[in-house]
Design a protein around this ligand. Sequence first.
Ligand SMILES: [Zn+2]
Ligand SMILES: [Zn+2]
Length: 391
Amino acid sequence: MKNAILVSSDPHWRVVMEGTLLGRGWSVASVESLSKGDAPSGKDVQAILIDSVSISVDAVNEWLGSVAETTKVPVVIVPSLSFADDFADVIDAEATVKDGKSEVSITFWGVRGSIPSPGPSTAFYGGNTSCVELTADGETIILDAGSGIRPLGEKLILESKGKPLDMHLLITHTHWDHIQGLPFFRPAYVPTNHLRVVGYEAVRHNLADVLAMQMDSSYFPISMADMPGHPEVEEVSERFHCGPVGVEAFFTNHPGKCAGFRFETSAGAVVYISDNELNHDGQATHLPRETVEHLRARLMSTMSGCKVLIHDAQYTREEYKNRVGWGHSCVEDITELAAQSGVERLVLFHHDPTRDDAGVNQLLKKSRDIVKANGWGLRVDAAREGMSIWL
Ligand SMILES: [Zn+2]
Ligand SMILES: [Zn+2]
């Protein structure tokens, strides 16, 4: 792993640059000011990035003379955060080559749990609720219809150039953060498009009724029956297909009825588990007749050998102590289980609405520290709106 030091007195600059480099797999330390004490410890540091706005050029020059020349570490001055990615490219030439040219990609449109949380403190990772686009073997598979499905819809319409769209929308469960974007999904208003919606029956009503209820005239001006795209709702079975992609559905440990999905694509397996409580602190799970031990063993076999696992990491272990039974996991538990299950790449997902960008950076660092301390080969990333993974 490559290491960088960030220097800026602006906490926002540090959070965004840190997130940008963490997203590229770097290890990052950040400091507020330039002083001899901040000198890199030697050959382990591959780059120093400096914010030119809050630090004077004179100070940079003086510091470069006293530190950088002796350590021979490339120093990059970043004039504006709008260029954060371009400047990361400068020090990270390999990452500018896309990781593959396969037919399978995953793009994140909503990464937040519970409720949308827009604002300056969440702008880097994004405030939209759950929505992930899996493009695999010619199929458009949408995972959940949180508020992130609205911008995804705009992109699909642009890309389609007027041609009919054929889409699968898989709903894990009907809590608001997984269905609230559907009324604003523009492709469902195009009569020539086909939207297949798949999910479990909800606890008290069937899936089609719950989706229609949130579009009742008390809440929304257009009813689901009047959506010109006529979404076709079907109940999920244990195994089904989205075109050539085989899908396995299974229960997760979450209040009500909640599904997880494993996809067998031509480029490898992808597992999506948006809401799931792994530990439950030794108490009974939300699943009838299933113990915590059985749940973990079952999920290990489901995750086994998958290329990408997208999993609930809403809390830290410390936060979790007061949230037992709420249906979400802590980052420590999922990091361990993913590594033990032979997962190649774990994406931390369903960020808590109260967690700001600096907090997500810390969560990701915590997970990577656990991986490093145990010598595991697992790669960990934090889901971020607009991030794509090619399998
Ligand atoms: Zn959720
Ligand atoms: Zn939920």
